[in-house]
Design a binder for this molecule. Structure first.
Ligand SMILES: *Cc1c(COP(=O)(O)O)cnc(C)c1O
Length: 405
């Protein structure tokens, strides 16, 4: 069959073992082609129901008594998320924003290596991580070591050896590059850093819910991420923080909030940190965001990360998005801005074109929602539970028409 035929996309949809999950999302306008679920996932129907329940039933009728069961939510949802990122129970809290968690984890790591004066980060790292690192370096008088990252293939493990010496305290890295979707070798990079006595803080924003992650096997120390991208937790749903069990009591969180207090409601005179991951909480969690995030995370857990990965690989691979790019878009001036090897690429595909900014806006005007990423790429996000193959087909067909116009 012709791989660019709409029938091919429909056949892939019919054979998709995750196809039924699309029905579990609310999709009010089926004409909208949504290729941005990697920035903000579509709403699961059950998330809307959870929001109604928490507001109309719990908040309205339980009032402050609701805290009897709300208090545990950051830890409970953390345990629900843990298997999706290869963490153990009691290693993850879902709370605060990714950026705040990044700052907290990086600060704790730097405090744990007081005799070292350098911090490393990739040149192509997501902006918030670069800004946090620049701020920490300025406040603490640290040297920043920039890791050169290939714009398509990502960070080579060998680059770590260039920066990791006895003065390097911490490396901050995304597991999946937000532009190209290149996957970094978490286990190898963590191991190289550790040989030099440095810590690595992993940002899982574009990997959780898209690819299998094994923080335990990779021997990761610290990680953070978002719940509103592939995990479909909703706008502004809380981020998460992972601290390897063995380090939770040894490392010191930079913010001593009352939610980390061992006997929180004794309101005691001194801070005595709760043992374990509870000691990394800060203040009152946002229950609406957590309730929706819990549903989104549960959906990914139910689908299973292995099935999610298989769909992502088909979608991004020569079978589909990339075959359409090769057949339709490459002859019209587009190039692939992501690794071609599906094993090295997560769930989005970057399409590079000099007019990417204008094209993304024109796609939007045709109800094809994708992301422009400076300087010149259109990011096509393939959200495994809610994006259909037909949607990808229609989106890229619109782009082809625009290129011909
Ligand atoms: C989306 C994203 C963030 C977002 O951080 P927030 O604090 O939730 O705004 C952080 N890091 C990476 C790599 C991202 O892709």
């Amino acid at each position: 069959m012709d791989l660019t035929d709409l029938e091919h996309a429909r056949a892939l949809d019919r054979a998709d073992p995750l196809g039924e999950f699309r029905m579990r999302f609310t999709i009010p306008d089926p004409e909208v082609v949504y290729l941005d679920g990697n920035s903000l996932g579509r709403p699961p129907r059950a998330a809307l129901e959870a929001l109604r329940r928490v507001t109309s039933e719990e908040w309205a009728t339980e009032l402050i008594r609701g805290w009897g069961h709300w208090l545990d939510a950051p830890l409970r949802v953390g345990d629900l998320l843990a298997p999706l990122i290869g963490a153990r129970s009691g290693e993850v809290v879902v709370t605060d924003s990714t950026t705040v968690n990044l700052f907290r984890a990086a600060s704790a790591a730097l405090d744990a290596r007081p005799e070292r004066h350098a911090i490393a980060i990739a040149t192509e790292e997501f902006p918030t991580a670069r800004y946090v690192v620049e701020g920490l370096a300025a406040a603490r008088g640290l040297e920043i070591r920039w890791l050169p990252e290939h714009p398509i293939e990502g960070l080579a493990v060998a680059e770590i050896d260039r920066v990791a010496d006895e003065d390097l305290a911490l490396i901050v890295l995304s597991q999946v590059n937000y532009r190209s979707a290149a996957i970094a070798d978490l286990a190898a990079i963590t191991a190289r850093a550790r040989e030099a006595g440095a810590l690595v803080l992993w940002d899982l924003a574009h990997s959780a819910g898209a690819i299998p992650i094994d923080l335990t096997a990779g021997s990761a120390d610290l990680a953070v991420g978002c719940t509103y991208k592939y995990l479909n937790g909703g706008p502004g749903a809380p981020g998460y923080l992972y601290v390897r069990r063995e380090l939770q009591d040894e490392f010191r969180p930079p913010i001593q909030g009352w939610f980390a207090q061992a006997e929180q409601f004794e309101m005691g005179p001194r801070f005595e940190r709760a043992a374990g991951i509870a000691g990394w909480l800060v203040g009152t969690p946002g229950m609406l965001g957590l309730a929706a995030a819990e549903v989104g995370i549960a959906l990914s857990a139910e689908a299973g990360i292995d099935r999610i990965r298989i769909k992502g690989m088909i979608d991004g691979q020569r079978f589909h998005a990339i075959s359409l790019l090769d057949a339709w878009l490459a002859p019209r001036g587009c190039t692939l801005g992501s690794p071609r090897d599906p094993g090295r690429r997560a769930n989005h595909v970057a399409i590079v074109h000099p007019d990417a900014r204008r094209l993304t806006a024109e796609l939007m005007a045709r109800s094809v929602i994708a992301d422009f990423r400076a300087p010149n790429s259109i990011r096509i996000g393939l959200s495994p539970l809610s994006t259909s193959f037909e949607e990808v087909h229609r989106g890229l067909a619109s782009l082809r028409e625009l290129l011909d116009a």
